[in-house]
Design a protein around this ligand. Sequence first.
Ligand SMILES: Nc1nc2c(c(=O)[nH]1)N[C@H]1C(S)=C(S)[C@@H](COP(=O)(O)OP(=O)(O)OC[C@H]3O[C@@H](n4cnc5c(=O)[nH]c(N)nc54)[C@H](O)[C@@H]3O)O[C@H]1N2
Ligand SMILES: Nc1nc2c(c(=O)[nH]1)N[C@H]1C(S)=C(S)[C@@H](COP(=O)(O)OP(=O)(O)OC[C@H]3O[C@@H](n4cnc5c(=O)[nH]c(N)nc54)[C@H](O)[C@@H]3O)O[C@H]1N2
Ligand SMILES: [Mo]
Length: 884
Amino acid sequence: MARVTIDGRRIEIALGSTILSALDRAEISIPHLCHDRRLAPIGACRSCLVEVAGTARPMPACTTPIIDGMIVTTHSPALETGRREILEMFARRIPSDLGPSRLLNAMHAYDLDHELTGEPNPALVDDSHPYIRVDMNKCIDCFLCERICRDLQGQDTWHAAWRGGDLRLVPDTGSPLGNSSCVSCGACADACPSGAIEDRSLAGLGRPERFTRTTCPYCGVGCELEVGTKDDRIVQVRPVLDAPVNKGHLCVKGRYAFGFVDAPDRVAAPMIRDGDRWRTVSWDDAIAHVAERLAAIHASAGPDAIGVLGSARATNEDNYVTQKLARVVLGTNNVDCCARVCHAPSAAALSAMLGTGASTGSFDDIEAARTIVVIGANSTESHPIIGDRIRQAARRGASLIVIDPRRTELAAIADLHLRPRPGTDLPLLQAIARVLFDQDLIDHAFVGDRVTGLDELRACVTAWPPDRAAALCGIDADAIREVARRIAVDRPAVFFHGLGVTEHVQGTETVMNIVNLALLTGNIGAAGNGVHPLRGQNNVQGAAHMGCEPNHLTGYVLASAGRERFERVWQSAIPTRPGLDLIEMIDAADGGRLKALWAIGYDLLLTNPEAERTRRALGKLELVVVQDLFLNETARALGTVFLPAASSFEHDGTFMNAERRVQRVRAAIAPRGESRPDWQIVCAVAAAMGHREGFAFASAREIWDEVRQVWPAGAGMSYERLEGGGLQWPCPTDDHPGTPRLHAGAFARAKTAALAVTEYRPSAESCDADYPFALTTGRRLYQFNAGTMTGRTDNVAFQPGDVVEMSAADAARLELGDGDPVRLSSRHGEAQLPVAVSDRVRDGELFATFHTADVFLNRLIGPGRDAITHTPEYKRTAVRVARS
Ligand SMILES: Nc1nc2c(c(=O)[nH]1)N[C@H]1C(S)=C(S)[C@@H](COP(=O)(O)OP(=O)(O)OC[C@H]3O[C@@H](n4cnc5c(=O)[nH]c(N)nc54)[C@H](O)[C@@H]3O)O[C@H]1N2
Ligand SMILES: Nc1nc2c(c(=O)[nH]1)N[C@H]1C(S)=C(S)[C@@H](COP(=O)(O)OP(=O)(O)OC[C@H]3O[C@@H](n4cnc5c(=O)[nH]c(N)nc54)[C@H](O)[C@@H]3O)O[C@H]1N2
Ligand SMILES: [Mo]
């Protein structure tokens, strides 16, 4: 600690702090226009100059570190004159329409807010971006936009350039922002002190009257938001500056894609279908109808004729009551969620091998790692805040290895990019393991202490010498050797993986082979290492963890192991018959064994594989209850009852992110129309079916307190303790700090873990003369999954519909140009969409997105499934292409 005296007041502050942080601590305010706490200070604007006793000239408070005994003066007449001169200079340049901003506050403090006399130049206004308005008449050359774009986002869009004799900040080489390399993260607007770069919503919707801290409703990263509202409308979203995950940053979805909340077609009241028409009904009638129909089907066809799907978009509390209803009220284990089609293989592999079916570490391992391996994950688009952190780590010198058939943004900057043919990661990973054995790159100390099954794995991977794997995968054998060397030598090494690994017929076994590599090289259990599945939606980790899986109860406890404990708390028997997962539910519906489905926040018709078969199967059901914000494709085509849910901006509760962090969700606005939080709807149906007791929750907090009772590893996470940035489980007691890293001294079930022995089985989706292309499917930055939310925002201005990426050589051969419509045909179905000629895919390979019902891409996807979890084979389909 150091002692400093500021304007006569004595303050204690940690050594290494700047004078500006000492002023913050002392609540002494001076202008500091070019400073942002997310960036290293540069001391350019001179507005924060202060006097330090013993120095000849004033010093910038933002860059000057304090030293013990320092005496600082902040508002001497000379300093004030200097500051006024700086602001007067700006006032002569800035036009009178300067809006609320740090600059206006400073002007106001020096009585200059009515002296703004700049002549506006219309050429400096750029209205091309749907979310961000640029008016460089207000620019004060602080370079915060350029710096935050480079140092936080990593995009390098803003640049200083000479324009007509003046230094100006311009996107790229001067293109309009809406047409530039900008990825619309909004960091520049957030940092800009003068409103030269500003959120367009502020002019359109007004300025926030209050901010509510909550968690983003999109992906599994779990960024914390400050949701700005005015008159019960969201008008602006900003990042929480000290949030543990996003650290003051957001992507375009979290920051700008909130407009869906007030979309004109948001369903405002419950509805029942009569033939082709939806009839609006009261909540009482809707709940009574659902309860009666479920009871009738239960009585005639038995409990297992009903299936329930929880929602990865809804809260833990919503999902907890959903699976409790399935088990206690309906008496079935037929309950699942979309983790099934996503990262169920990650949970299964990690749980089988290490005892806990979740990420072994934290996102903070990115900055601690020397080597970062990204396998089958396009994180700058799917998990942008993580992608950005990985990019910054690579720029600072971490070695980056990307394993992906496509040249993603991270692949383009990687030290090594290995491009396996889709579905061939397992032999590739085994070849890496073989090199570890052959070149004695194993961490013998770690393996001797913590790992078993070495001989079995060594024997298994002899099948894959690097040259053989290289030929099968279509990569260079030396690259395989180099990966082995780096993960073993440049430690710690951290592994991030995505759906390119899991959505294959051997998804679970492929994840097991990643875990093998981490175990062999001792890369588990410490800072900067571990196996990290990049989980999908905001609460997919939580939905499954709360028990929305047929064979797991809350806390990811096997139903067989946890039954007695749950029966005690729930005071009710739990069915012992195994439940159906959602893929099996479709099979059962097709076979006439399932009669009713209640789908909460899940558009399974659009997003499941074999779309036409799903349509046919669900068409046979007697009751299809859809609980959502919108008439999604499942509701539109097949729904018989629609229950309107409140969005998570209208909702209290918690989400669980991909690093096991439970964070608070807080209502920022009131539920739209008559919509209700999901848990209230579920509890109302339970009560109507005679189970008032057990579902008599008055608030999300009461539900959470019951969750803490049945889930020992979550017992210490009260709402009070989750107030700040949340906690990572296990967190068993009220004074437990949470667990950023698992498996430090021992694995969850035992001290040691066994290596997994698996054999490669090629996909049935083989390419031949009829179906020559290997199609893989996935995401792009601006659209999210079923597109129900992002499709109702200005994100469509950037990516309006689905496209199929094709290499320039293939496009030339087929005489196709960018944007030309094509028909893709697989052995299972057809879809039409435009071509995007792209250098991201290789010849003979295609990549398509699946976000819109116009295209209904999943008509192409076949019945291939992961052998262990049934996760569909979305990532490899043999297709042919014809101009349409
Ligand atoms: N913008 C946006 N963000 C999202 C979503 C969204 O829809 N849009 N969805 C969310 C959800 S639910 C999820 S699960 C996550 C998914 O996030 P990701 O896992 O990143 O998503 P994908 O784009 O499906 O696939 C990732 C990568 O796998 C590669 N790949 C395909 N086949 C193979 C293969 O055989 N081997 C290897 N090594 N790689 C392969 C693809 O080329 C692609 O780059 O994103 C979440 N975030
Ligand atoms: N071809 C292909 N298909 C795929 C994939 C792929 O890579 N390729 N990926 C698969 C993956 S990983 C996933 S996760 C699935 C995703 O498929 P889905 O889970 O169907 O997609 P989402 O868009 O995430 O959201 C589902 C629904 O939740 C609703 N919703 C949002 N918030 C709430 C809420 O608070 N309450 C309620 N009740 N509803 C809400 C939305 O309006 C939307 O209709 O798609 C899968 N399909
Ligand atoms: Mo997902």
